[in-house]
Ligand binder design. Structure first.
Ligand code: ASP
Ligand code: MG
Length: 467
């Protein structure tokens, strides 16, 4: 099989973990699989880079930069020492890292002096996490006797738009990736930095936070992979958060669409953006645990494989607020709702869920962090004839599954299960895809609600495939 395997920051958190990753991919390579490896930065490094760049720009403290660089260097050198067992390879990696880290130090000091941090330099600085990780991972693989090269996203062929901080691959990337990575796939493991690409002028761009999954998806399309594997520290995509419901199970198969709905409804499984390229090209994405490599995890596929149970998973969104807008002026007038959402868009407020119960009122959910801004701008923009109130003591729980579409009685089961637990439903929303039903409940009820729904749809029992 041809597989693009992505490892996140926690999986490459230190030298020992990088060693484990190298041994893991070796197993597949030795079996005859062709592997492209995508690595994130060592855990936490991207955050630190962004923080030091932001502080440098604001306060101009060069000493803070030198301290940061010293600790970054020792962290990465320690990782090399633990991960790369061959002395010659180790020396090569250390030399490369030294050059990169010196370069980074100069860039950060430059920011201190200039007091300016452009979107382009922000992307450049934040790219160093992955650019320091990839040579270590590649060195660890070489030290195990498997030829390995490392590439930045741009070197691998990911040429992007100029949207620094949220760049997208240009269509020509796919052929470039294929021509650069495919020839050596049979006899080596190529390691590519996640999260970054470059624009047509050759400046480094980033694909958005947590962008390494996106990289894996893009490379998977480029090399025409059979599967894309996202290695995590969890057993795959779960029926719900096991910290809330210990009997939660791994979902064996899930469609892209269901996975996307789950992600937008609070389960941190896959960012919809990340699976877009693989979805378009029908490449299955597998979510697997580094702790249990023999366990299949979850396979995300194109078709909706209905399971015995109509609902596949229960998710929840916390730290959100409910906003209610009502006015007699909304009745019978065209464009009033558009006016409300235009105000929100102008203020850069994302809307998570919407429910319009009648023509005179509309309710929606925004992140807690946007709530005050939302209320203030709506009050200013809509005037006195509108009543606007908000509640932050709420949370959302949602049931998701393609099997719900066209199946009568799912809503009844949801409401009955919550009613039995004496849980009041504050707002309901069901998209016309019928792939989810979301309920807003009081935050103090949400864990109980998730457990009740998980049990109502028997998600703790083994799932049987029912195509
Ligand atoms: N290192 C990047 C981040 O923290 C990308 C990733 O980990 O996927 O956002
Ligand atoms: Mg809240």
């Amino acid at each position: 099989m041809k597989i693009v395997m992505k490892f996140g920051g926690t999986s490459v958190g230190d030298g020992k973990k990088i060693c484990h990753v190298a041994e893991l991919v070796k197993r597949y390579f030795d079996k005859g699989d062709q592997v492209v490896l995508v690595t994130s930065a060592l855990a936490g490094v991207t955050d630190e880079l962004l923080e030091i760049a932001g502080n440098g720009c604001e306060h101009g403290k060069v000493t803070a930069v030198t301290e940061f660089i010293a600790s970054l260097k020792s962290q990465h050198f320690a990782a090399v020492n633990d991960a790369v067992s061959d002395e010659a390879i180790k020396a090569g990696v250390i030399e490369f890292l030294t050059t990169r880290i010196d370069e980074l130090e100069k860039a950060l000091i430059g920011i201190c002096y200039l007091g300016e941090l452009t979107a382009r330099s922000r992307d450049n600085i934040s790219s160093y996490g992955e650019r320091l990780a990839a040579p270590i991972v590649s060195g660890a693989i070489s030290a195990l006797g498997i030829p390995s090269k490392y590439y930045t996203g741009g070197e691998a062929g990911i040429i992007t738009t100029d949207a620094f901080g949220g760049a997208k691959p240009l269509p020509k990337s796919y052929d470039l990736i294929n021509s650069r990575l495919t020839p050596d796939l049979k006899n080596s493991i190529q390691v590519v930095t996640g999260f970054i690409g470059e624009n047509e002028e050759g400046s480094i761009t980033t694909l958005g936070r947590s962008g390494s999954d996106y990289t894996a998806s893009i490379l998977g399309v480029g090399v025409k992979a059979d599967e894309i594997w996202l290695w995590k520290e969890v057993d795959g995509i779960m029926t719900t958060n096991p910290k809330i419901v210990p009997s939660a199970r791994t979902i064996q198969y899930i469609s892209y669409q269901e996975a996307m709905e789950l992600s937008s409804l609070g389960a941190e499984v896959l960012h919809p953006r990340t699976i877009e390229p693989s979805m378009k090209h029908h490449i299955p994405v597998r979510v697997k645990s580094t702790f249990k490599p023999d366990f299949d995890g979850t396979l995300v596929v194109s078709e909706n494989i209905k399971s015995k149970n109509v609902v596949k998973a229960v998710s929840m969104i916390k730290k959100v607020s409910l906003i209610n807008v009502s006015s007699a002026e909304m009745v019978g007038y065209i464009g009033k709702v558009a006016g409300i959402f235009t105000i929100l868009a102008e203020k850069n407020v994302g809307v998570r869920l919407i429910s319009q119960g009648s023509e005179s009122s509309i309710s929606f959910i925004v992140n807690d962090s946007d709530s005050a801004k939302t209320v203030k701008s709506l009050k200013a923009g809509l005037g006195d004839s509108y009543k606007i109130d908000s509640r932050s003591d709420i949370a959302v729980t949602a049931v998701v599954g393609a099997g719900m579409a066209g199946t009568p009685g799912v809503a009844r089961r949801v409401f009955t299960a919550l009613g039995k637990e004496n849980i009041n439903i504050i707002m309901i929303s069901q998209g016309s895809s019928e792939y989810n039903i979301s309920c807003v409940v009081s935050s103090s009820d949400v864990n109980k609600a998730v457990a009740a729904l998980h049990s109502e749809f028997e998600l703790d029992k083994p799932d049987t495939k029912n195509k």
